[in-house]
Design a protein around this ligand. Structure first.
Ligand code: SAM
Length: 242
């Protein structure tokens, strides 16, 4: 079992954007989702925690924000910079738990989207992140979280084999194994080399985060939860700093 960081550095970074289909489609989907969650054209600072290759950072910059994109995978940040061109996006290569050390200004929006939250090591780390976000947000600022529900909908038997993406030279299948507080995620990647297929496997744990637990923690950390929905299988929470 790898850490999430090793898994991204050694296995997922090279295929992350391919996994999502086309990057253009992923950016458009997130643009629409951000608007649906109440983020409209604006000025000010937005912080993207676990930005990956920029599927939220780019739409946020296009909407008018100055974006700070934080991720511990340098390969994905490099891809983000290439994709961003002249958009106002600053990348920070660090653990999202340290993000506030790099931020000197108040933010109007902080996002942690696309299931990044479940990559943290413990619920204590999630709690610590909520406090840090509250510390940097401006009054009326919004904190947007989207993550997968690994608690209420436990996949059973063969359902745990998930075909993620494939083309003529690469096939990615994911397998999930549920434990009490985490789900172990196994990524099986077949790559075509000449006329043979080569398999690489890697696994890492994801946190099982209960939706009611995190809403309670958000409220106790000084937020009002103003939206709590499920969109495309992801729990979507919008919390506001009153
Ligand atoms: C599932 S991807 C989501 C990326 C992006 N938000 C999206 O929706 O495409 C999770 C991202 O978070 C990063 N990540 C996970 N845990 C992290 C941590 N503790 N600190 C910094 N980055 C982290 C990974 O490197 C990866 O880029």
């Amino acid at each position: 079992m790898s850490t999430a960081k090793d898994h991204y550095d050694q296995q997922l970074a090279s295929i992350y954007s391919w996994m999502a289909g086309t990057p253009e489609a992923a950016i458009k989907r997130n643009h629409d989702l951000l608007r649906q969650l109440g983020v409209n054209t604006s000025q000010g600072v937005a912080i993207d925690l676990g930005s990956g290759s920029g599927f939220q950072s780019i739409p946020l910059a296009e909407l008018g924000f100055s974006v700070i994109a934080v991720d511990f995978c340098e390969a994905l940040l490099s891809e983000l910079r290439d994709r961003a061109g002249n958009l106002p996006i600053r990348t920070i290569h660090d653990n999202i738990l340290n993000f506030s050390k790099h931020v000197e200004v108040e933010a109007q929006v902080v996002v942690c989207m696309g299931d990044t939250l479940t990559h943290l090591e413990s619920l204590d780390s999630v709690q610590s992140l909520l406090w840090s976000v509250n510390g940097v947000l401006a009054t009326s600022g919004k904190f947007i979280l989207t993550f997968r529900d690994y608690v209420s909908a436990e996949l059973q038997g063969n359902q745990r084999f998930i075909p993620v993406q494939s083309d003529e030279s690469t096939i990615l299948t994911c397998f999930l194994e549920y434990r009490e507080n985490v789900v172990d995620v196994y990524d099986l990647i077949y790559r075509k080399e000449g006329d043979r297929w080569k398999l690489t496997t890697s696994s890492y744990p994801k946190l099982r985060i209960d939706r009611n637990w995190i809403c309670d923690r958000l409220e106790k950390s000084g937020f009002d939860v103003i939206q709590n929905t499920v969109i495309n299988g992801m729990i979507c929470l919008v919390a506001e700093k009153p």
